[in-house]
Design a protein around this ligand. Structure first.
Ligand code: ZN
Length: 206
């Protein structure tokens, strides 16, 4: 039996990071850095729509319809490859830059209906993103921590740990100051920070 030889581990950086996934931005990290969603599907939408119309115009069962269907599948494949390439590069950088990566187990995956190209239609990439992060952390000797989806990462103030349930209910609140300690928070960065804090805490309580 052949075993894949593991690559040499990346050097230790002494840094750790938490991530918050989103739709508008792919992710925000606990330092406040935003990783844009490149929206490859949106960019190719015109072409894909045109190909879809072409498929529907051809008589079903005809060779021309088959040809049009192949062209459409190719266009989808192209979008998928662009996306995978971006995620590959991004996750490699992240695993190189940080020793520990904390993410929240996003139960949202269940919300994405399982049909071909569904994740492309949603055009978010974080399911694949976490998958890549997990195995690359394993490959390169880094630590991947996934915390429970029920963890209220948005509602906690990362400065002092006090909680405000209203923050989860009202998604329009993007910035606020903690009434207890006065620290200013930005929604996504705060959630990413809480994810990091909780991930590191789970390590020490093991
Ligand atoms: Zn506070």
């Amino acid at each position: 039996m052949l075993y894949r030889r593991l690559p040499p581990p990346f050097e230790r950086t002494g840094k750790e990071i938490g991530l918050r996934f989103g739709i508008r931005a792919l992710a925000v990290n606990s330092d406040g850095r935003t990783f844009e969603n490149n929206r490859y599907l949106a960019k190719s939408q015109k072409k894909i729509s045109r190909l879809q119309r072409r498929v529907s115009r051809k008589p079903s069962g005809s060779a021309n319809r088959e040809k049009a269907r192949t062209a459409l599948a190719k266009a989808y494949e192209h979008v998928k490859n662009q996306k995978t390439d971006t995620l590959q590069k991004l996750t490699t950088h992240m695993v190189r830059d940080y020793d520990t990566v904390c993410v929240r187990n996003e139960e949202l995956t269940k919300m994405i209906r399982r049909r071909p190209y569904a994740y492309l239609l949603s055009d978010a990439g974080w399911v694949e993103f976490t998958k890549l992060l997990r195995y690359k952390c394993g490959w390169y000797g880094k630590r991947y921590i996934e915390i429970d989806a029920k963890f209220p990462s948005v509602q906690l103030y990362s400065s002092c740990g006090s909680k405000n349930a209203a923050l989860a209910e009202n998604k329009n609140i993007q910035e606020w100051a903690c009434p207890k300690c006065g620290a200013k928070h930005e929604r996504a960065k705060n959630a990413a920070r809480n994810t990091l804090i909780e991930g590191l805490r789970s390590l020490t309580s093991e």
